[in-house]
Each structure stands twice: as structure tokens, then as C-alpha cells.
Design a protein around this ligand. Structure first.
Ligand SMILES: [Zn+2]
Length: 174
């Protein structure tokens, strides 16, 4: 059964909360197949894995690939609480995903926010929707950076890591 985009993003946010509880930067990702079945859900686990590839998107795509026994995730969608970085965007493209729905934008590491050329090129290849539940995603990221890490992070650095402008871009799914 296919649920709404809200449902899947809500699930991704639950994984962001799981990351938060473990002291990780709170980011979650969910991979859904063409029938709307959740193939994989993952939380950012960079600190635990001690590795840059512990991003939620990479973990979720790896799980989905295992489940499908196929690296081609055609017609699948990924829901992620923060704009994918270049590394994750590369894996998303290599995995042939049909669409990306992300919540908050990331001016610091986001693949699209600071790269208009890439953003335009990407939109020819994959459907990208931004801004769904971005307020929830920003709220937990803010909480993490101001409390969990117990260090002063000024609002300017926060804004670089996750955007605060709530522009929602929605494009029709095929
Ligand atoms: Zn990433």
C-alpha cells in the first residue's frame, strides 16, 4: 500500500530522533519501492561507525539493495531529513533511484543548495522535492547542535549546516 510523502518523511524523522539519542547528528532516511513498501530505514551513524560513509542515505540504500538483491533501485524513492551531500547524491544516482524527497536544505554540505549547475542537471535526471517537514527536521538539528553537543554553536554556523528558509519545492511524480 502506498502512503503519503508525509508518512515516509515522518518515518525518516523517527530515525533522525534515533540518531539524536545515540549522540549522532540527527538525520534519518527511508527507501521506498514503487509499491510504497518501505525497503529500508536508517539513522546517521557516522560517530559509531567512525567513518564518513555512515550517512543515513548510504546505510538505507545499502539495506534496500540487500533486500532487493539488486543494486538497481529503479522506481524507488528516498526520503531524507536533510539535503543529501555530494557523496550521497552520487550513490543515489548510481542506484538509479527515481526521486529524492528531503526536508531541510544544507547550505554547508548539500549537493544542490550551493550548486545551481548541479541542481539543474540533477533535475533532468531525477525528481527532487524539498521542504517537506523541514521545520521538524530543523528543530531536531537545532536541538542537537545547541544542547546535545553541549558546545556553543552560533546561529550563523547552524544556518550553514541546515538552512532555515522554508521554501518548499514540489514537483509532480511521474
Ligand atoms: Zn551524505
Amino acid at each position: 500500500m502506498k502512503y503519503s510523502d508525509d508518512f515516509y518523511m515522518h518515518k525518516a524523522l523517527l530515525y533522525a530522533h534515533k540518531a539524536f539519542k545515540k549522540g549522532e547528528v540527527p538525520i534519518g532516511a527511508v527507501v521506498v519501492d514503487e509499491q510504497g513498501i518501505v525497503l529500508a530505514s536508517a539513522a546517521n551513524s557516522m560517530e559509531k561507525e567512525g567513518c564518513q560513509t555512515g550517512h543515513a542515505e548510504i546505510r538505507a540504500i545499502k539495506q534496500a539493495t540487500k533486500k532487493k538483491k539488486n543494486w538497481r533501485l529503479n522506481d524507488c524513492w528516498i526520503y531524507v531529513t536533510l539535503e543529501p551531500c555530494l557523496m550521497c547524491y552520487g550513490l543515489i544516482r548510481l542506484s538509479r533511484l527515481a526521486g529524492i524527497v528531503y526536508a531541510a536544505s544544507s547550505p554547508l554540505f548539500g549537493a544542490f543548495t550551493n550548486n545551481r549547475a548541479l541542481s539543474e542537471a540533477a533535475e533532468k535526471e531525477i525528481i527532487i522535492q524539498q521542504g517537506l517537514k523541514d521545520a521538524e527536521s530543523i528543530a531536531i538539528l537545532k536541538m542537537f547542535f545547541t544542547h546535545a553537543r553541549k558546545k556553543e554553536v552560533d546561529s550563523e554556523s547552524q544556518k550553514r549546516f541546515f538552512g532555515t528558509n522554508g521554501t518548499r519545492i514540489t514537483r509532480e511524480k511521474k
